[in-house]
Each structure stands twice: as structure tokens, then as C-alpha cells.
Design a protein around this ligand. Structure first.
Ligand code: HEC
Length: 147
């Protein structure tokens, strides 16, 4: 009898910790938790930038680029997250209409971009599409914006 109670308690504890992990992986607004607090990271751009890069339609708006880590030599270390916020003039400052993210794991960048719909961010585009253009910044570890 006593043994059964211990087992039940154990299962409840595991279930509770699983819930905590699931909640921690995204922020309230739907962005991944690894972007949390990006607005306070050092900026890679001296001033907000505007315009459509390379004459194409990617990233159009008022832009700031934030990096969670500094380059070591010519490369960003594993675990670096780079966030570009892309605001339209009527956006509320805390919620830019688009958030583009590069995150380095195992020596490779993963690309994903979110778009605000209502009060939550949903995935706009990711992967190969992004990488094919960022190839042009290969000399700076695939990051266009330089300090
Ligand atoms: C047509 C080319 C092009 C495509 C496609 C593109 N980017 Fe970019 N990206 C740029 C350029 C150029 C910059 C430099 C800043 C600027 O002018 O907006 C940039 C900047 C960024 C930055 C800030 C770091 C840096 O490189 O300066 C992030 C993060 C980013 N892009 C993520 C993405 C993601 C995620 C996607 C795919 C959903 C994507 N990009 C697709 C051209 C592109």
C-alpha cells in the first residue's frame, strides 16, 4: 500500500516538471525563450536602419540587430542568438511586427523569422530561403550587420 503511494507521487512530480519545461520554451508572445530579453543585448547596428536589403523584399522596415554574444576572432561562438527586430511605423515599440532570428548550434546557423498576428508571433519563414541569401555575408560569418 505504502509503495503505491510513493509511485503515484513520483508520476505527479514528473508530470509537473514536464509542464514547466514546455512553458519555459516559448515566451508569452510566442517567440522562442532563447530570444528573451533581446532588447537589452548589445546592438550590432550603430543606428536603426531602413530599406529593403539587396533590392529584394526581405526585412523591410525600421530595423535593429541585437547579438547575445560577441564574435571570437572571425566567428560567433556556438549558442549565439542574433535577433533583428523589424518595426513598421505604426507598431507598438515592445512588439515589432517581425522578428528575424539566427541561432548558432554545432557551428551552423539556424534561421527563423516570426510575424506578429494579433498579439502573438507566428512563424513567417525559415531555413534554406534565409540561408541562400545570407551566403553573401559568408566573410562575416553569414552576418550582414557589422559593428
Ligand atoms: C534577399 C536576401 C535575404 C533573405 C532572403 C534573408 N535575409 Fe536576413 N538579412 C539580409 C540583409 C541584407 C541583412 C542586413 C540588415 C538589413 O539590411 O536588413 C539581413 C539581416 C538579418 C539578421 C540580422 C543579422 C545580420 O545578418 O545582419 C537576421 C537575424 C536575419 N537577417 C535573419 C533572416 C531570416 C531568419 C531569414 C529567413 C526567414 C532571412 N534573414 C532572409 C538579407 C536577407
Amino acid at each position: 500500500m505504502r509503495r503505491r503511494i510513493v509511485v503515484v507521487v513520483g508520476v505527479v512530480a514528473v508530470a509537473a516538471s514536464t509542464v514547466v519545461v514546455a512553458v519555459a520554451s516559448t515566451t508569452a508572445a510566442g517567440l522562442p525563450a532563447y530570444t528573451n530579453g533581446y532588447q537589452k543585448w548589445p546592438k550590432l547596428n550603430a543606428k536603426p536602419t531602413r530599406g529593403t536589403p539587396l533590392g529584394r523584399s526581405a526585412h523591410n522596415g525600421l530595423k535593429n540587430v541585437y547579438a547575445s554574444k560577441k564574435k571570437v576572432g572571425s566567428k560567433y561562438p556556438n549558442g549565439t542568438v542574433i535577433v533583428k527586430s523589424i518595426a513598421q511605423t505604426d507598431d507598438k515599440p515592445a512588439r515589432p511586427s517581425q522578428v528575424a532570428v539566427m541561432r548558432k548550434t554545432s557551428g551552423r546557423w539556424k534561421y527563423i523569422e516570426y510575424q506578429l498576428s494579433g498579439s502573438r508571433y507566428t512563424v513567417l519563414a525559415q531555413g534554406q530561403l534565409c540561408q541562400s541569401c545570407h551566403m553573401q555575408a559568408k566573410a562575416n560569418d553569414y552576418v550582414f550587420t557589422k559593428r
